[in-house]
Ligand binder design. Sequence first.
Ligand code: AMP
Length: 183
Amino acid sequence: MIIVLFGAPGVGKGTQAEILASKLGISHLSTGAAFRTAISEETPVGLLAKDYVSKGALVPDEITAKIVEEALGRPEFAGGCILDGFPRTQVQAEALDALLSRLGRSIDHVVTIDVADDLIINRLLQRGRSDDTEDVIRHRLGVYMNETQPLLRLYGDRGLVTSVDGVGAVEEVNQRILAALGK
Ligand code: AMP
């Protein structure tokens, strides 16, 4: 099963992806986490990604799509994948379709987690990651609105999207997501 978790930065995608992965027995892939690891290990991808991530800008599509392509070829993703933070642009969505079709797979569900912007900013400021300063957060929210949110229409037209209220306790939100997935 291929599940895409959608939502602005700070809605809790990462937390929910992890819980879903353990409940459903499917691996999850966070492109943001992959970049953070690459940056801390100073790999070639990390060196390329560093400036983009620190500014809250999107890492170029080609680099990002490659990370996903490599990951989905690994045995741990044979049973499916929960994608957290990918795709984020039209080009990435097209790359994902092409990749999945080569693998004989397709997206089963897109779940979008909704949280109001002012709550998001407070949550992120509390999280305190190095790209969680107020300016960078606002930039990331703008990027989400301009580049990523429009993809919901594409997936909506395919009948794949369910919206879930992201306000509440982590477990409560998780139950809503499971319900959206028909679990
Ligand atoms: P996240 O952990 O999903 O909030 O991502 C943190 C940062 O990693 C983002 O602000 C981007 O700089 C980068 N990033 C993560 N996923 C992507 C993606 N799909 N496309 C481009 N950049 C990404």
